[in-house]
Design a protein around this ligand. Structure first.
Ligand code: HEM
Length: 136
């Protein structure tokens, strides 16, 4: 039995590999980045973030989306998005970001089962990101 099936941390590697290695992930990051930052409906949240920070955000976003979320990650996601709630971030914006990720994955020919897997992980973070998950 393959260890990557048991260990969530190793899944980062396996999903990155299954996506098609560095080149595919690089194209995916570029596509996703331009979609999110060029979407006028998301502008409020990203306008004051530097390019360097934007690129960093995309990388950590994908790492998070590919590795799955532990309870700690959920709390981390709650904290890093908390300042966006008073700016009006809600389910509508969450759905837009996820749609951009989905479209970018289709564009670089990620297998539909893998797309479904990544979207499922993102969905599991919704309540944390929108600050609704109960505190432990
Ligand atoms: C499943 C969905 C999402 C994931 C996995 C995710 C992931 C992340 C990660 C890993 C960071 C970096 C955190 C850090 O280094 O402190 C981040 C920051 C950020 N995210 Fe998200 N995010 C998601 C949804 C959203 C949505 C829906 C929005 C806005 C509509 C958003 C806007 C931002 C912004 C603006 C930052 C930078 C915050 C700052 O530097 O102050 N994210 N996100």
């Amino acid at each position: 039995m393959n260890d990557t099936k048991k260990c969530p941390r190793n899944m980062v590697l396996s999903i990155f590999q299954r996506i098609g290695g560095d080149d595919a992930v690089e194209s995916l990051v570029t596509l996703f980045l331009s979609r999110v930052f060029n979407d006028p409906n998301l502008h409020t949240f990203f306008s004051d973030i530097s390019m360097a920070k934007q690129a960093e955000k995309q990388k950590s976003f994908l790492t998070m989306a590919f590795q799955g979320s532990s309870d700690d990650d959920g709390e981390l996601m709650r904290e890093s998005h908390a300042r966006l709630l008073p700016l009006g971030m809600n389910d509508y914006h969450f759905d837009l970001v996820i749609k951009h990720l989905e479209a970018s994955m289709y564009e670089v020919n990620v297998a539909p089962e893998l797309i479904a897997e990544v979207l499922g992980v993102c969905e599991s973070m919704r309540e944390f990101i929108l600050g609704r998950a109960p505190h432990k």
